[in-house]
Design a protein. Sequence first.
Length: 145
Amino acid sequence: MSRIEQIDQKANCDCGAVNLHANGRVVSMFQCGCRNCQKVSGGGHSCVVLVPANAVQITGETKSFARPADSGATFTRHFCPECGTTLYAESSRAPAFRILLAGLFAGENDWYAPNQLIFSRHHPEWDLVDSAFPHYDTYRPEKPV
Ligand SMILES: [Zn+2]
Ligand SMILES: [Zn+2]
């Protein structure tokens, strides 16, 4: 694993109708064990790459679905209307950022290096996650001032 600071990578949805170009700073990489991520990823957690909003360019038509998150924020997922692959997501809690899933870059994501698991309170035990990094009940607590 070699953590990257910048990403410049393209990816397609499963059917190829939508292309994504991620080009910019990698703000953070983490895993999320919330129930929504389990449903959408089909596993026990999602593998998130957080980038600034302007680092994501989409070619092709996407559909979106917005839902209220546990935090009270609105979570919006953008996906291909043809094949359903999630291209990116965003949260009203952090509108300056876009959420990418490492799996979208399948075959070219050796650089993925998460440093925390969030929403571990809903994370199932059968889904093994690295115990070398912190697991937080919900979000990482704010650093004490
Ligand atoms: Zn598609
Ligand atoms: Zn989640």
